[in-house]
Write a protein that binds this ligand. Structure first.
Ligand code: HEC
Length: 119
């Protein structure tokens, strides 16, 4: 009996330590430095919005999950115009919520640029 409760404790501890890692915003890709050696501050802001609002459904690397993949060239192909993509983020699309009430237009533009240029 004693052994079993120790085992349960170990499993719970392992689960607890996995949790934060799996959801950590730390795994969202960093914005690479631009030609001037600095990361574009708009992309850095977009990364923060992505980590806060989008990872749960689109994955830390934009690989998809509850929502489709936003990674690679997929977004630039589906939305040649970034403004059209921003409209989806603002207004939502089927089960995706719209963000026009929770994010500013500048934040939406930043997160759209982050998905197009970094993910
Ligand atoms: C609650 C889950 C959820 C959250 C949070 C979420 N999305 Fe989505 N997203 C979806 C789903 C589901 C779809 C697919 C909608 C459809 O076409 O049926 C989608 C679609 C999209 C699309 C269009 C993809 C395409 O191929 O047309 C974009 C762009 C997008 N999301 C960006 C974002 C951004 C940026 C954020 C964060 C600000 C975000 N999403 C947050 C679930 C989510």
């Amino acid at each position: 009996m004693r052994r079993r409760s120790l085992l349960v404790g170990a499993v719970l501890a392992a689960g607890a330590s996995l949790g934060p890692t799996a959801c950590s915003s730390g795994s969202v890709p960093e914005v690479p430095a631009g030609p001037d050696g600095e990361a574009d501050p708009v992309l850095v802001a977009g990364r923060r919005v992505y980590a806060d609002r989008c990872v749960n459904c689109h994955g830390v690397r934009g690989q998809g999950g509850r929502g489709p993949s936003l990674a690679g060239d997929s977004m630039a192909e589906s939305y040649p115009s970034a403004a059209d993509q921003a409209e989806v983020v603002a207004d939502g699309k089927s089960t995706m919520p719209g963000f026009s009430n929770t994010l500013t237009p500048a934040e939406i533009e930043a997160v759209v640029r982050f998905t197009r240029e970094v993910l």
